[in-house]
Ligand binder design. Structure first.
Ligand code: NAP
Length: 281
C-alpha cells in the first residue's frame, strides 16, 4: 500500500483509506469485517463523522477497530451546528466514547458553519490538540476562498487537511484548491471517489478508457480510478465499501502504477470541470 506524508505533519498515511458514510444501512457483521479486512490490506485511514447514522456509524467503527486502534489513522468530524467552542469539545467527547478510544488522529469541521464563528471552532480544535484528544485537526468542504480565510485565522502549519468532493466527474478541486493545499502543506482528501455509487458506466466513452487500462493492468476500473485520484502530490482518497470483496478490490489501487500515458488518457476522458467553485454536499 502506497503511503505519503499527510500534508506537512510528518505522518505517513496510506493514499487509499476507508469511508463509512451510510454504513449503518449495510449488513453490520459484513461491514465490520470489511473494515477489518481493509485494515489488513493497508487501508488504515478510516474516515467517519458524528453525523453518520446519527452516531451509529461511529459505534460500528469502534467495534471494527477494537484491539486495532494503534494501526489506524482515525478521523471524525464535528457538525457545523455543534461547532461552537464548547460544542466542539463536547462533540469530540461523544465521538471518542462511541469510537471506544481516548484520541482521534484527525478531527475535522464537516463543512463551514453559518451558526458559529470559525475562530471559535478553530480555538476548540487547538484546545483538543493541547488536551491530546486529537493529534491533528482539519477542515472539510472549504472552497479556495474559505480555505484562505481559515489560513489567515489559523496561521501556517496548523490545518492538516481539507476533505472535499473529488472523483472522475468532479475534478474542480484540481484548479485552485489543490495548488493552495500543496503550497500550504495541507493534505487534500478526496471523498465520494465513486460518486457515491454513481460510477462511470462501462458503456460510456470514459468508462471504456477506464476498462481498457484496467484490463491491461489486471485490476478493476474502480481500482484504476482510485489510483488516478491519488496521482497528484498531497492527495488521498477514502472509498466506502460494505463488503470484503469491494474493500479488497479498492485496496489493490494502493499498489497500481499508472503510466503517464494512462494518466493522460484518463485526464482527457474525464475532463470534468475546471471551475474553481467547489460543490458541497
Ligand atoms: P463512494 O466511496 O464514492 O461510493 C460508495 C459506493 O461504491 C457504495 O455503493 C459501495 O458499495 C460502492 N463500492 C465501493 N467499492 C466498490 C467496488 N470495489 N466495486 C463496486 N462497488 C463499490 O461514496 P461515499 O460514501 O459518498 O464517499 C466515500 C467516503 O467519503 C464516505 O463514506 C465518507 O467517509 C466520506 N464523505 C465525506 C463527505 C464530507 O462532506 N466530508 C461527503 C461524502 C462522503 P458497497 O457499500 O455495497 O460496498
Amino acid at each position: 500500500m502506497k503511503k505519503r506524508e499527510f500534508g506537512r505533519t510528518g505522518i505517513e498515511v496510506p493514499v487509499i483509506g476507508q469511508g463509512t458514510w451510510n454504513l449503518e444501512r449495510d449488513f453490520r457483521a459484513e461491514a465490520v469485517t470489511a473494515l477489518r479486512r481493509g485494515l489488513d490490506a493497508g487501508m488504515a485511514h478510516v474516515d467517519t463523522a458524528e453525523m453518520y447514522g446519527g452516531g451509529r456509524v461511529e459505534e460500528l467503527v469502534g467495534e471494527a477497530l477494537a484491539g486495532r486502534r494503534a494501526e489506524v489513522f482515525l478521523v471524525s468530524k464535528v457538525l457545523p451546528s455543534n461547532a461552537s467552542f464548547e460544542g466542539t469539545l463536547a462533540a469530540c467527547e461523544r465521538s471518542l466514547k462511541r469510537l471506544r478510544t481516548d484520541h482521534l488522529d484527525l478531527y475535522l469541521l464537516h463543512w463551514p458553519s453559518d451558526e458559529h464563528p470559525l475562530e471559535q471552532t478553530l480555538a476548540a480544535l487547538e484546545k483538543l490538540v493541547e488536551q491530546g484528544k486529537t493529534r491533528l485537526w482539519g477542515l472539510s468542504n472549504f472552497d479556495a476562498g474559505e480555505l484562505e480565510a481559515a489560513l489567515r485565522l489559523a496561521g501556517p502549519g496548523r490545518i492538516a487537511c481539507n476533505q472535499v468532493l473529488y472523483n472522475l466527474d468532479h475534478r474542480y478541486a484540481e484548479a485552485a484548491l489543490l495548488p493552495m493545499c500543496q503550497t500550504n502543506g495541507i493534505a487534500l482528501v478526496g471523498y465520494s471517489p465513486f460518486g457515491s455509487g454513481d460510477f462511470p458506466s462501462p458503456r460510456g466513452a470514459g468508462g471504456r478508457v477506464l476498462a481498457g487500462i484496467a484490463g491491461r493492468l489486471g485490476a478493476s476500473p474502480r481500482a484504476v480510478a482510485l489510483a488516478f485520484l491519488t496521482r497528484l502530490p498531497g492527495t488521498f482518497t477514502i472509498p466506502k465499501a460494505a463488503s470484503v470483496g469491494h474493500a479488497l478490490e479498492n485496496a489493490r489501487a494502493g499498489s497500481l502504477q499508472l503510466s503517464a500515458e494512462d494518466v493522460g488518457a484518463l485526464e482527457a476522458a474525464f475532463a470534468g470541470g475546471t471551475d474553481a467553485s467547489l460543490p458541497v454536499i
